[in-house]
Design a binder for this molecule. Sequence first.
Ligand SMILES: O=C/C=C/C=C(\O)C(=O)O
Ligand SMILES: [Fe+2]
Length: 306
Amino acid sequence: MAMTGILRPGHVQLRVLDIDEAVTHYCDNMGLIETDRDDQGRVYLKCWDEHDKFSVVLEPSDTSGMNHMAFKVRTEQDLWRFESNVKNFGVETTRIPAGELNGCGERVSFVAPGGHRFDLYAVKESVGNGIPTTNPAPWSEDTVGMKAIRFDHCLLYGDDHDEEVRFFVEALEFELAEQVVDGETQIAAFLSCSTKAHDIAFIRHGEPGKLHHASFLLGSWEQVLRAADIISMKDIPLDVGPTRHGLTRGMTIYYFDPSGNRNEVFAEDSYRYPDSPVLTWTADNSGQAIFYHSRTMVESFMAVVS
Ligand SMILES: O=C/C=C/C=C(\O)C(=O)O
Ligand SMILES: [Fe+2]
């Protein structure tokens, strides 16, 4: 398919309060693999089935939340094309030199209208997924915990929701896949740059720049139930699930990392093409849109962001 120049979510840099506890959580509990550390104390992680060097950066900090989310673009020409799209939208950009994050090429960085920082890059060091590329085995024997396959998406809460969504559609060429509307007002937007039901999602909120969750793909509903077992076995703070979303049809469970950043692991059950219709959920039915079985909103799920 003619994917846009944006290939996929490439990484998320999360602020964490205790780096050792965070590494234990993301590696031992979720199955990510540590690939590097740098002189700022940042730790680089990847999921087992990712080839690029990292998809999560843990940054020691006094606060939790998201430093930035980055998308990988297909070519360097795409990087400069999106840089000019972003500027033409009226959003300032800066360039971050190659190597500022270990193994990552030059980045174009900007703060979107909802207060979230995003970076784009075309190049990242490839370290492979531990499986040969000739006659590959279907899975790696070296995975532990929840065996997260890839970093999949973030759901972000921002204060200029309409402009942030328009920015993603007009400047970054994402497509609206699903939405929640209250009359004329869009409450939530699920945006795709691929055949996935979402690569990023936004919810209308009173404050700028908030992270609702960073989400990682698992292989099946059974793997989601196994993740639920691990959450109990390891005494990880559970938020909601296991259950199914109406929106995006994801089979899901939410919990918190030791710093209070919400994580999701999920199995996908949906797809879209550029000619797929936009799916709309109405606010009077938002309980079912979010949690299809209980059909009830969970107050803490909506309220807690980092
Ligand atoms: O209100 C939140 C809805 C969340 C949906 C997802 O996190 C998802 O589909 O991955
Ligand atoms: Fe999600």
